[in-house]
Design a protein around this ligand. Structure first.
Ligand code: ADP
Length: 679
């Protein structure tokens, strides 16, 4: 049987490689999937950073621009004051105006060369003012360098408007008239105001903005939207002359989320689903491959089993179409599987003469009446006939519904041959047994024939003497005197003939031929032989045979042989018995229920010992010096052949009773019994 190419076999071709490509692709897919959001986050992060830098620059520019504008205003005012073009009363006004324009300014004052306040934007302060050391240094530098200088921011007193602890930064603008220093304009910035006033609200909304010194000390901070996260930061030096101010921005935005939106989430969920389904598929295929492997193993096992079977197997569907045959079946019928498979009845191996019987059997099978076992024969392709024994069983599917029949076919030609051989052997044995019996009886026959022959001889001699005397005396022969002698001679000749015929009949036939026959007639046929035996051992024979005993349906010669053997055994068993006990009884009866005639051969001989009884029917078992030991074996075969039985039992009066039964031609028996005694 050939197995169709399976998925497993196709998959096996590329073996481990078949997994490598999809696994690599899947890993690549997953890597890209995870790398993409990371990359997106990175880009977004960079973008935010760049945006922050740009915004910070913009803020720095704004502050610088405002500071530069203030510087310019102070320079111009300073120029006017130094040249004296501006009356002192107007100076105060201009200072106040400056303060109004620049809300980041806390105060602007004009001091002379001694540091005395000449004019101030703030009316409340006194003429005396104190600068911090840093501010004084910046003032000196400004005077020396002839240009405005900023002082490093510090806390200063004397500013009631400024919140406590506020950092203030002075800007010293020196005033020169020609080359002569004539005083200074000092503008004081509140650092926190710089941030509050100059940083636009939208920027402050997203960032914490600080101004720090070179030691990173915070001078002022604006955190409208809370503290920065320290993720996106940027530092930018303001580069004002004389002081170091650094603008530090810290975005309140945190790192962009890895899964910023539903899309990426769903893509990941989908790919996880894909991964799971791939795993499930892989597990399923693995299981399938395992199952297919096991199935293939089973198939190979089954095929090997089928091929090794000597029993033919044949499956048919409900229409009788052959759906399966094994090699043994094909060998039996001599047809290749393709000529049998799919074939509907009549099959090519049905013999012509048995076609009808086969068809009927098939019709019976269709009617759900399959014979589980039947003996028949097939016609082989080479024309030979093959005796077979068929066992049929219904084929059912997984739902328990019958789909056809499975038949196993046994080639019984060997058995048939053995049976035939046995039969021939049995026949030969019977013949040789009969011949042996005949050989044994031949001497007795010769002896017995002597008697009638001698009688015939003496009767004919007497008759001849009478004739001779009549001729010598010149008298005519009186036929009346001759008659008794000739009658006796004739009777003896007939008896001799009967003895010879009986022996002849006994050995002549070999094939059993049944016919209606009376037990009495059978006994008559062998009586001379029985009598010969009986006379030899001085045995009396008693017959108890009902007159209207039904006829037997039997082979006469076989039953005669049985009777002859049993009577001979009975007579021989009594050869040492007391003369008064040498009686052999032959009794026949009819069993109406069984429709059998039963015959008992009863002797009063030595009986049968248990050890002998065990082997009584074994071939060649004999206790006699010249016995062949075949008699009882042949008797039993002959009786069983007729469908009867041969048994034995002990005679209560001493001796043995051998009983056999033979089918009768049915008839109600009559109770009349005739007892005939002879010697
Ligand atoms: P054979 O007579 O040649 O020995 P049989 O098969 O007829 O062969 O008998 C086998 C044996 O059975 C005999 O040798 C004898 O010992 C025993 N046997 C048969 N019939 C009787 C009987 N009626 N009484 C006692 N023994 C018997």
């Amino acid at each position: 049987m050939t197995t169709p190419p399976t998925l497993a076999r196709r998959l096996q071709l590329s073996s481990p490689m078949r997994w490598l490509v999809p696994v690599i692709l899947l890993l690549l897919f997953l890597a890209v999937l995870f790398w993409l959001p990371w990359q997106a986050r990175q880009m977004e992060s960079n973008e935010r950073q760049e945006q922050l830098i740009a915004d910070t620059l913009w803020v720095e520019q704004t502050i610088r621009f405002q500071l530069a504008r203030n510087e310019e205003s102070l320079y111009n005012l300073g120029g006017d004051i130094a040249t004296g073009t501006l009356p002192e009363a107007r100076v105060h006004e201009r200072l106040q105006q400056m303060l109004r324009n620049g809300r980041e300014l806390q105060r602007v004052i004009w001091i002379d060369t001694h540091g005395t306040v000449q004019a101030s934007s703030d009316n409340t302060i006194s003429q005396e003012t104190h600068f911090s050391a840093l501010s004084l240094t910046a003032g000196d530098n400004a005077r020396r360098l002839h240009r405005g200088q900023y002082a490093q921011p510090s806390q200063q007193s004397g500013f009631p408007d400024a919140p406590p602890g506020a950092m203030l930064m002075d800007y010293h603008q020196p005033l020169f008239h020609g080359q002569h220093y004539v005083g200074s304009l000092v503008a004081t910035y509140q650092i926190s105001s710089l941030l509050d006033e100059m940083v636009p609200w939208w920027f402050a909304q997203d960032n914490q903005i600080s101004l720090i010194d070179r030691d990173d000390k915070v001078l002022a901070r604006r955190a409208a939207a809370g503290p920065g996260h320290g993720v996106y930061t940027h530092k930018r030096a303001l580069d004002v002359p004389g002081a170091t101010l650094i603008l530090f921005t810290d975005s309140v935005k945190s790192q962009p989320k890895l899964l910023p939106n539903l899309l990426v989430g769903s893509v990941i969920a989908l790919s996880l689903g894909l991964l799971w389904s791939l795993l499930a598929l892989w597990r399923h295929i693995s299981r399938r491959l395992t199952a297919e492997g096991a199935l293939r193993q089973q198939m190979l096992f089954r095929t090997a089993m089928e091929n090794s079977l000597v029993t033919g197997m044949r499956a048919r569907d409900l229409e009788g179409r052959v759906t399966y045959v094994n090699p043994a079946f094909c060998q039996m019928v001599g047809y290749p599987p393709e000529e049998v498979l799919g074939h509907l009845p009549p099959m090519p191996y049905w013999p012509q003469e048995a076609m009808e019987e086969y068809q009927q059997r098939f019709v019976k099978a269709l009617a759900d009446n399959t014979t589980p076992q039947s003996e028949t024969y097939f016609l082989r392709a080479d024309g030979a006939r093959l005796p077979v024994l068929i066992f049929e069983a219904p084929l059912v599917d997984k739902n328990g519904k019958q789909t056809g029949w499975m038949g196993s076919v046994l080639d019984i030609s060997d058995r048939k041959q053995v049976e035939e051989l046995n039969r021939q052997q049995q026949e030969k044995l019977q013949t040789s047994s009969r011949l042996a019996t005949m050989g044994e009886l031949a001497s007795m026959l010769a002896h017995e024939l002597n008697q009638p022959l001698a009688a015939i001889s003496s009767y004919t001699t007497g008759a001849l003497n009478l004739i001779r005397r009549a001729i010598d005396g010149g008298k005519p022969v009186d036929p009346v005197t001759l008659r008794p002698a000739l009658e006796q001679a004739s009777a003896q000749a007939q008896r001799a003939g009967q003895i010879i015929r009986s022996v002849h009949d006994f050995v002549r036939k070999s094939e059993p031929q049944r016919q209606d026959v009376a037990i009495r007639k059978l006994l008559d046929g062998i009586r001379v032989l029985i009598d010969l035996q009986a006379r030899k051992y001085y045995v009396t024979i008693q017959e108890e045979i009902p007159r209207d005993l039904p006829l037997l349906w039997a082979d006469p010669v076989m039953i005669e042989q049985v009777l002859l053997n049993l009577t001979r055994n009975a007579i021989e068993a009594m050869q040492d018995a007391a003369p008064g006990r040498r009686i052999m009884r032959l009794r026949a009866s009819y069993d109406a229920q069984q429709e059998m005639v039963t015959v008992d051969v009863i002797d009063m001989g030595h009986g049968i010992e248990p050890a002998v009884a065990e082997r009584l029917f074994s071939p060649f078992f004999s206790t006699k010096a010249e016995g062949m030991g075949m008699g009882l074996n042949i008797c039993r075969t002959a009786i069983e052949f007729h469908g009867g039985a041969l048994t034995f039992s002990a005679n209560p009066a001493g001796g043995t009773i051998f009983t056999f039964s033979v089918p009768a031609v049915p008839r109600a028996p009559q109770s009349t019994t005739a007892t005939i005694s002879r010697q």
